[in-house]
Design a protein around this ligand. Sequence first.
Ligand SMILES: C[S@@+](CC[C@H](N)C(=O)[O-])C[C@H]1O[C@@H](n2cnc3c(N)ncnc32)[C@H](O)[C@@H]1O
Length: 413
Amino acid sequence: MAKTSIRALSKTLSQMSQRHASSISSQTRLGMLRQVTKLIRDLAEPADLMAMHRESMLELVTIRSLISMNVFRSLPDQGSISSQDLSKSVGAEESLISRLLRMAVASQLINQLPDKTFTHTKYSRGYAAELGNGVAFKVLYDESFMPLSRLHLWLKEKGLKEPNRQETSPALWLDGSEGKLFFDMLQQDPVRLADFQKCMRVVGDYSLPPSQYYDFGALMDESDRPVLVDIGGGQGQTLVDVLSKCPHIPPDRVVLQDLPAVVATAKRSSLLPADTPIMDYNYNTLQPVQGAKAYLMRRILHSWSDEFCVKILKTNIIPAMAPDSVLLISDYIVPDPVSPDDIGPVSSALAMMALAGKERTLEDFHRVLGEAGLKVTGVFKPADEHFGVVEAKLRDAAEDGAPAASATLRAKL
Ligand SMILES: C[S@@+](CC[C@H](N)C(=O)[O-])C[C@H]1O[C@@H](n2cnc3c(N)ncnc32)[C@H](O)[C@@H]1O
């Protein structure tokens, strides 16, 4: 990078950073972070990059170990704590805790005071929160990063091909659970399953809820059939948002479906209104709610290979759809070609490889939905976001010219 552009960039960044933190929108902040990353990449020599990667690898190991020992949660909310007291509080050898804490301090995750005691930073508070980055980090590390850190060994054993068979995915292979499906494996471990659900709520909060760019209110009609069935909807986080944005949709006309263990926690959590039906439903079986106006699959198809998605849709979902029903797929829409600004969807696409799943380009969605017998009738996405809603109808119905569920907020793609 030329000296002048480095100077211009650092001037812009310093002007931006002098503004009050709360006056910077998350979009501007993320833009600044991307600029800084570009600057680092332009400045770093290959050996510097190697050193930074080494530090990053060890930073990840440090965070995961501190989460597992409950260290972030044992830091006092106010004031500081010594490594002796921390080691007593978490029941771990002091020399172990001290070495990990040193790395955490050097990585600016925890502060150390001149008296050698430790205090929180904004990051360690994030890792300590009950429904925060700690549980998200743990799940992403264990379910995705750990299997993918051994991808080269998986490829050596299975051959140099994209993982596309769910039963032999890198995640199941590492777990010694080949032959099962990933979510069946999770269901057998209540703690792992509960953490996975929490992680989905946390990472869901990082992306705009679909109600911000898809007009769910327009799905409402005068009949008494279900307006929206959220298939694999977890704790009901998306439906809660839809109901709050669209108060004219009665809560008993939306349906939450998920696997039994998840449904049990959703019922206990009372996140949804009491009259919203919450049903056990496995999408590997026939959809029991027939003729709903819309079926939503948010962050579902990305867990599966193209072949498996076609099978689920064709065999189990499409038979339940009425001619005017819409299927809403809400996932990342991977840009093609990509640029460094697309690191979010691109890294998620790679993360899903652990499950033999994938994030898809628009072309991929057209192909997969087309093979299942559907036709894309709309794509909804804010221009500066990568997450979107792909709306599809039964192919014959779409070709008969029936209007799409929502004509507003359509993104130009
Ligand atoms: C990645 S989470 C997405 C949750 C929610 N849709 C969201 O976007 O926040 C995947 C969800 O699918 C559910 N799931 C997995 N396999 C399923 C199956 N065979 N039938 C129904 N739900 C399933 C999981 O329990 C989990 O809640």
